[in-house]
Design a binder for this molecule. Structure first.
Ligand code: MGD
Ligand code: MGD
Ligand code: SF4
Ligand code: MO
Length: 716
C-alpha cells in the first residue's frame, strides 16, 4: 500500500508526514499501532525531516478520547451521555433564546489555530454571516495577532513575505523572541545546516534566556524582558549613523521615514545598552552584522508578539527591513514564525473577531458587501463592528452579557491569562459548549455540553504553514466513537437554525471549494488550490490564482517563483503602493517589577511538549523527556533567597500563586525567572503558570501580555 501523505498537526512549520501501515511491530508501550509515521521527503517545507512531536503523534491519538456527546444542567452535576440530536437541539435553542433576549452579541465562539481551514470557514459563515455577530475569536489572539496587525499596518495586508528557502540564502539571521531550536525545530535545522556550511553568515539571537537557540548564536543579546523596541531603535540609530541604510529603497518604496528618523534619534548606543542591560560593543556588533550583510532575515515569535506593545515591536522589526531594503529578495525579510499548525489558515478564513474570509476586514463596507453577496445574505447582515476578542468574551461572561460560550479545539482553563478570573467568569456562564477530542481536559470541568470532535487522521481538510504552503491532511482512520468533524458540527447547527442552503456541504472538499472563491483577487488568492489538486500534486503555495499557467519542473512539481516571496517589486498593498514606517518609543513592560514583586516571570515552551499536553502528556517518550514543571532562577537570585536546586518555590503575582521545583541555572538573566506553560492541574499539582499572568493587552491587536508579569519568590 502507498504511503498516505499528510501534514504534522503540531507547529506552524507544517512538516509533511507519510503514514504507512505498521507490519505488526510493537511500540514502546507494548501496544501495536496499525500505522507508523515518517517524514515526507517530497514535502517542500520539511524535505523529510520531523521532530519528536511529529514522529510520536500516533501514540496519543486513541488515548482518553471523548467518544460521545455529554450534557449536564449545572457544573456541579455529573455529565450524562446524550445523542447528537439532543445536544444540538440544546445549542440551537440557546442560540434562539440569546438572540431573542440579549441579541446576537451574547453568542460567542472561541476557536483555534488547530482547526482545519474548512472548520474555520464554516464557523465564520455561521456566526458572522448567518447570525450577524463577529464574536468569533481564536487562540491566535494569544499568539499571532500582533504579527497580523504589524503586517497589515506596515504593508497594507497580512501575510509573511518570506519562504523557508530564505533560511538557506541569508547571510545574517536575526532571531528575536523566538526559541526556534525547540519550537520550530525543522526551520532551525534548515538554518543551522546553512550556517555551518556558510562560515561568513551570522546568527544573532535576542532573548532574555540562554535558550538552545541562543547557545549556538554568534551573538546572543540577553536583553531585559520588554526592551526589544529600545534595541531595535538602537540598531536603526546606528544604521543611520554609519550610513548603512538604503535611500533609494526608502524613497521609492516607503512612506513616513522622517517620523521614524525623528524617533530613533534618541536611541543612542549608551542609552540603549543601559536600558537593555547589554554591552555597547554587543549592540554595535549587531548593527554591524545588519549593515554589512547582503541578505538579512528576521525571525520572530512569542517573545515579540505576546506583549502589550506587540504590534509596535513587530513594526519596529519591519522598520529595519524597510530602511535597508532587506525585503522581497532571497534570504531577506521580516518573517513571523507561525505558532500553530493552521493559524495561517485561520487568518485566510477570517478567524479573528475583526476579520472576514480572504484577508478582509469587518470594518470595510466593500468587504462586508462582497461576503454578504457571496453567502446569499441580505445587505447589512454582517456587523460593521469587530466582535469580542477572547478576553472581552471573559469580561462579557463576568458581566452577564454572554449567554452562550462555545469553545472548540483550545483548552482555555490552562492557556488564558489571569486564570482565577477566567475560571470565575466561566463558572458564571449560562451555557458553555466545549468541543474537543480528549476527555478529561482542564476545560471540560467548566462545560455544560461536551461535543466529541474528530482530530488529525480522522478528518480531511487543509492547513497552511508559515511559508504559505497549503497541505491536505486526509482522513485515514475511522472516527473515534461518535465524534464529528468540527465543520460538520457548525454546519448542522446552521441547518437547524434554518440556513439549509448556506450549509448544504456534502464533505469538506466542497467547503474548501466554496471558501477559495472568496479569496479570488485577494492577496491570499487560492482559487487554483483544491482538495483534488492537493491530492494529485502535493502541497501548493499561495498566491495561486486559477488563472495562472501551471509550470512544473522535471520532477513534476509545481514551480511558481512568483509565490515564493511577496513584495519582490517593492509594491505593497497600501493605497499608494508604499510600505509604511512607524517609529515607536519603548513603553517597556505592562507590569514592571517593583519592590513588592521584584522579579519578572516569563513563560514559554519546551521541545517535547505541546501546549496543555492533551497529546504529548499521553506520549511516554515525551513524558520521560520533560517529567515535571520547574522554575529557572539565576544562581545569584537563588542565593539571595536561600533557594537551592530542587527546592520548592512559591511564586506569587498580584493575581495568583503557584509552586514549582527550582532549577538554578545561568541560562536565565538575573532578575528574571522562567516557567514552562505546559502544566495545567491535570498534569501537576499547584503548578499553573497562567494563574500568575495578566491580561493587559496590546491596543492594536488585543494580544495579552503572556510573556511577563511581576512576581515575588519564596522557598517553601
Ligand atoms: N515544542 C513546542 N513547539 C511549539 C509549541 C509548543 O507548545 N511546543 N507551540 C507552538 C506555538 S502555538 C507557538 S506560538 C510557538 C512559540 O514559539 P516561541 O515564541 O519560540 O516560544 P516561547 O517559548 O513561547 O517563547 C520564545 C522566547 O521568548 C523569550 N522572551 C520572553 N520575553 C521576551 C522579551 O521581552 N523579548 C524577547 N526578545 N524575548 C522574550 C522567552 O525567553 C522564550 O525563550 O511555538 C510553536 N511550537
Ligand atoms: N503563559 C502563557 N500562556 C500562553 C502562552 C504562553 O507562551 N505563555 N502561549 C499562548 C499561545 S501562543 C497559544 S497558541 C495558546 C495555546 O493554548 P491552547 O489552545 O489552550 O492549547 P492546546 O493544548 O493546543 O489546546 C488545543 C485543544 O484542541 C484539542 N484538539 C486537537 N485537535 C482538535 C480538533 O481537530 N478538533 C477539536 N475540536 N479539538 C482538537 C486538543 O485536545 C486540545 O485540548 O496558549 C497561549 N497561552
Ligand atoms: S517541527 Fe513542527 S511541524 Fe515539524 S514535526 Fe516538529 S512539531 Fe511537527
Ligand atoms: Mo501559539
Amino acid at each position: 500500500m502507498n504511503a498516505i501523505k499528510t501534514v504534522c498537526p503540531y507547529c506552524g512549520v507544517g512538516c509533511g508526514l507519510e503514514v504507512i501501515k505498521n507490519e505488526g511491530k510493537s511500540t514502546a508501550n507494548g501496544t501495536t499501532s496499525k500505522w507508523k509515521v515518517r517524514g515526507d521527503r517530497s514535502h517542500p517545507s520539511s524535505q523529510g525531516m520531523v521532530c519528536v512531536k511529529g514522529a510520536t503523534i500516533l501514540e496519543s491519538i486513541d488515548k482518553d478520547r471523548l467518544l460521545h456527546p455529554m450534557m449536564r444542567d449545572t457544573l456541579d452535576e455529573p455529565f450524562r451521555q446524550v445523542s447528537w440530536d439532543e445536544a444540538i437541539d440544546r445549542i440551537v435553542n440557546q442560540i434562539r433564546h440569546v438572540r431573542d433576549t440579549q441579541g446576537a452579541d451574547g453568542i460567542c465562539i472561541y476557536g483555534s489555530g488547530q482547526f482545519q481551514t474548512e472548520d474555520y470557514y464554516t464557523a465564520q459563515k455561521l456566526l458572522k454571516g448567518c447570525l450577524g455577530t463577529n464574536n468569533f475569536d481564536a487562540n491566535s489572539r494569544l499568539c499571532m495577532s500582533s504579527a497580523v496587525s504589524g503586517y497589515v499596518q506596515s504593508f497594507g495586508s497580512d501575510g509573511p513575505p518570506c519562504c523557508y528557502d530564505d533560511l538557506e540564502t541569508t547571510d545574517c539571521a536575526f532571531l528575536i523572541g523566538t526559541n526556534t531550536a525547540e519550537c520550530h525545530p525543522i526551520i532551525f535545522n534548515r538554518l543551522r545546516k546553512h550556517l555551518k556550511t556558510t562560515p561568513w553568515a551570522k546568527l544573532i539571537v535576542v532573548d532574555p534566556r540562554r535558550t538552545q537557540t541562543a547557545e549556538v548564536a554568534d551573538l546572543h543579546l540577553a536583553i531585559r524582558p520588554g526592551t526589544d523596541i529600545d534595541l531595535l531603535n538602537g540598531i536603526a540609530h546606528l544604521l543611520v549613523r554609519w550610513e548603512y541604510f538604503n535611500p533609494d529603497y526608502i524613497e521609492e518604496c516607503t512612506a513616513n521615514f522622517a517620523q521614524f528618523a525623528e524617533v530613533i534619534r534618541d536611541y543612542t548606543p549608551d542609552t540603549v545598552a543601559q536600558r537593555c542591560g547589554i554591552d555597547v560593543t554587543d549592540l554595535e556588533l549587531a548593527a554591524q552584522y545588519w549593515g554589512e550583510s547582503h541578505n538579512v532575515l528576521s525571525l520572530w515569535s512569542m517573545g515579540v508578539n505576546q506583549s502589550s506593545e506587540g504590534t509596535a515591536k513587530v513594526r519596529s522589526i519591519i522598520n529595519l527591513h524597510l530602511m535597508t531594503g532587506q525585503i522581497g529578495k532571497p534570504g531577506a525579510g521580516p518573517f513571523s514564525l507561525t505558532g500553530q499548525p493552521n493559524a495561517m489558515g485561520g487568518r485566510e478564513a477570517g478567524g479573528l473577531a475583526h476579520l472576514l474570509p480572504g484577508y478582509r476586514s469587518v470594518k470595510d463596507p466593500q468587504h462586508r458587501a462582497q461576503v454578504e453577496q457571496f453567502w446569499g445574505l441580505p445587505a447589512g447582515q454582517i456587523s460593521p463592528y469587530p466582535g469580542r476578542t477572547v478576553w472581552e468574551m471573559i469580561l462579557g461572561l463576568e458581566r452577564g452579557e454572554v449567554g452562550l460560550f462555545w469553545v472548540a479545539a483550545t483548552n482555555p482553563i490552562v492557556s488564558m491569562p489571569d486564570l482565577e478570573r477566567t475560571k470565575a467568569a466561566m463558572r458564571k456562564s449560562p451555557l458553555t459548549v466545549y468541543q474537543d477530542a480528549y476527555y478529561p481536559t482542564e476545560t471540560s470541568q467548566y462545560a455544560h455540553i461536551l461535543l466529541p470532535a474528530t482530530q488529525w487522521s480522522e478528518k480531511s481538510g487543509t492547513m497552511t504553514n508559515s511559508e504559505r504552503y497549503v497541505t491536505l491532511s486526509p482522513a485515514f482512520q475511522k472516527h473515534a466513537g461518535e465524534a464529528w468533524d468540527d465543520w460538520e458540527i457548525f454546519a448542522e447547527v446552521g441547518r437547524r437554525l434554518g440556513f439549509t442552503e448556506q450549509f448544504a456541504f456534502a464533505n469538506s472538499a466542497e467547503v474548501h471549494a466554496e471558501f477559495v472563491q472568496l479569496t479570488r483577487g485577494r492577496p491570499c488568492d487560492m482559487t487554483g488550490i483544491s482538495h483534488g489538486r492537493l491530492l494529485a500534486e502535493g502541497s501548493l503555495q499561495w498566491p495561486l490564482p486559477d488563472t495562472e499557467t501551471n509550470n512544473t519542473n522535471n520532477k513534476g512539481q509545481r514551480t511558481n517563483d512568483n509565490a515564493k516571496r511577496l513584495y519582490t517589486d517593492g509594491r505593497f498593498h497600501t493605497p499608494d503602493g508604499k510600505a509604511r514606517f512607524a517609529g515607536y518609543h519603548s513603553r517597556g513592560l505592562a507590569e514592571p517589577p517593583d519592590p513588592d514583586y521584584p522579579f519578572v516571570l516569563t513563560t514559554g515552551r519546551l521541545y517535547g511538549h505541546w501546549h496543555t499536553q492533551t497529546r504529548t502528556g499521553r506520549t511516554e517518550k515525551i513524558r520521560q523527556m520533560h517529567p515535571n514543571p520547574f522554575i529557572e532562577i539565576h544562581p545569584r537570585d537563588a542565593e539571595k533567597l536561600g533557594i537551592g536546586d530542587g527546592d520548592t518555590v512559591e511564586v506569587r503575582s498580584r493575581r495568583g500563586r503557584s509552586q514549582f521545583p527550582a532549577k538554578v541555572t545561568k541560562a536565565i538573566t538575573p532578575g528574571t525567572v522562567f516557567v514552562p506553560m505546559h502544566w495545567g492541574l491535570l498534569w501537576a499539582d499547584n503548578a499553573e503558570a497562567n494563574a500568575l499572568t495578566h491580561p493587559e493587552s496590546c491596543p492594536d491587536s488585543s494580544q495579552p501580555e503572556l510573556k511577563a508579569c511581576a512576581v515575588q519568590l519564596r522557598r517553601v
